[in-house]
Design a protein around this ligand. Structure first.
Ligand code: MN
Length: 427
């Protein structure tokens, strides 16, 4: 089925500024709550939120097989479970309804009143109920940097890293939408030199992790697997993902079973899921993989995506300072390889599962995706525009992540992924 929603020449009758992340070619999916406390599934064009529940009730999806209440829900899980054909039909239809040449809704003020909201009239919620969350570790530069800092610069990359998309199972209960404040976590840290009693208190090395995450539809039953060639069929879309990390807690706890409380106190996502379909024009070649992975991981075609990523830190009542510029294309393992690997043992993947990419670090020092790497564990603090320095994230700092793709015709973006660190809760 043709993705007519991606037509780069299409214009909307809704006003869209030139630098908007949400032109009519984007049509992301999210969940929002209106001023009247009504929760609905929606999309966005420019600075307008579109109530898909109202659109459906008023008959605009006629001819597409959808249950009556598919958009009158507080999560996208059921819609995602309907599969790629339905996502495409709905996205194509929304593009058609808001096309500048289509007068049906454009010239119906009564319907417009029920369907269209200004972004400042609504609040974005979590778009999916995340059943299971997996975090990969798929950036070679990041794995090399962390291996050097935590273990041994001579053997930074462990031998399995180039053969396996390494990952761990995270915790979905602490995945939160952009804008939700985060308390600095308490935890244990490594005993001081000469002591056997661990330290305990608010984390001193609180960090962000610049990631993207993809959200799946129901993919396989227990015991079945998904091939690398069909894996993308099961990817609904992507969000930005800040996998907050407490490095001091992490460093003390991570041997032998890996990340635990240093990672699961909060992970912030951007609220609009940008579909894999919308990202089609931004495919790029996979990174060169040497050694060649096992056959079940070998992927043909272009499985990487050119998505510009940026991180800023904003102290309270101050301007923000950009601290990193990276790109999703720097990932060594693609999303399809991750999903194929995830199911190679027969582990089922469900609608609404979320897979984090792992921190995305590029080849240059300004493209690293965490403070741990940017400041080289605090050795090279970053100067902010207000004159203060940061080794890690301070109380009342806000971390802002942005992501967008751009070619000479369209810009498709993700909006913002924002989180503010509040002081630790007193004991
Ligand atoms: Mn992570």
């Amino acid at each position: 089925m043709e993705i007519t929603a991606n037509n780069p020449n299409r214009k909307s009758w809704l006003k869209v500024s030139e630098d908007s992340d949400f032109p009519i070619q984007n049509i992301p999916f999210g969940v929002f709550i209106t001023k009247d406390d009504i929760i609905t599934i929606g999309s966005r064009i420019g600075d307008y939120a579109i109530d898909l529940g109202a659109l459906h009730q008023l008959g605009y999806f006629e001819g597409i097989p959808l249950t009556d209440d598919i958009f009158l829900q507080d999560t996208l899980n059921d819609f995602i479970a309907d599969g790629r054909k339905t996502w495409r039909l709905v996205r194509n239809r929304i593009a058609d309804i808001f096309d500048v040449k289509n007068s049906k809704l454009r010239d119906n003020p009564e319907h417009k009143d029920k369907i269209i909201f200004r972004m400042d009239e609504i609040e974005m919620l979590l778009p999916v109920s995340v059943g299971d969350y997996t975090d990969f570790y798929a950036s070679k530069e990041h794995a090399t940097n962390v291996g050097s800092l935590f273990r041994d610069p001579e053997n930074a990359l462990l031998p399995n890293w180039l053969q396996i998309p390494i990952g761990y199972h995270g915790r979905s209960s602490s995945i939160i939408p952009s804008g939700t404040p985060i308390r600095r976590p308490y935890g244990q840290n490594r005993p001081a030199e000469g002591s056997t009693t661990p330290g305990f208190g608010p984390s001193k090395l609180l960090d962000f992790e610049l990631e993207m995450a993809f959200i799946t539809t129901a993919s396989n039953n227990l015991g079945d697997r998904i091939s690398v060639d069909e894996a993308e069929e099961y990817i609904f879309g992507l969000v930005q993902f800040n996998d907050w990390s407490a490095r001091d807690i992490q460093a003390w706890e991570y041997v032998p079973l890996g990340p635990f409380l240093g990672k699961n106190f909060a992970s912030t996502i951007s609220p609009w899921i940008v579909t894999l379909d919308a990202l089609e024009p931004f495919r790029v070649d996979n990174p060169k993989q040497n050694p060649k992975p096992l056959p079940y991981l070998q992927q043909k075609g272009k499985g990487s995506f050119d998505i510009n990523l940026q991180v800023s830190i904003q102290p309270e009542n101050e301007k923000e300072t950009i601290v990193a510029n990276s790109n999703f294309k720097y990932m060594y393992w693609t999303m399809a390889q991750q999903l194929a690997h995830h199911t190679i043992n027969g582990c089922p993947v469900n609608a609404g599962d979320m897979m984090g990419s792992g921190t995305i670090s590029g080849p240059t020092k300004d493209s690293y995706g965490s403070m741990l790497e940017l400041t080289w564990r605090g050795q090279n603090p970053i100067k902010l525009s207000d004159g203060t320095e940061r080794k890690f994230i301070n109380d009342n700092d806000t971390v802002i992540m942005r992501a967008h793709c751009k070619n000479d015709k369209v810009r498709i973006g993700f909006g913002e992924c924002v989180g503010k660190i509040l002081p630790a809760k007193p004991f």
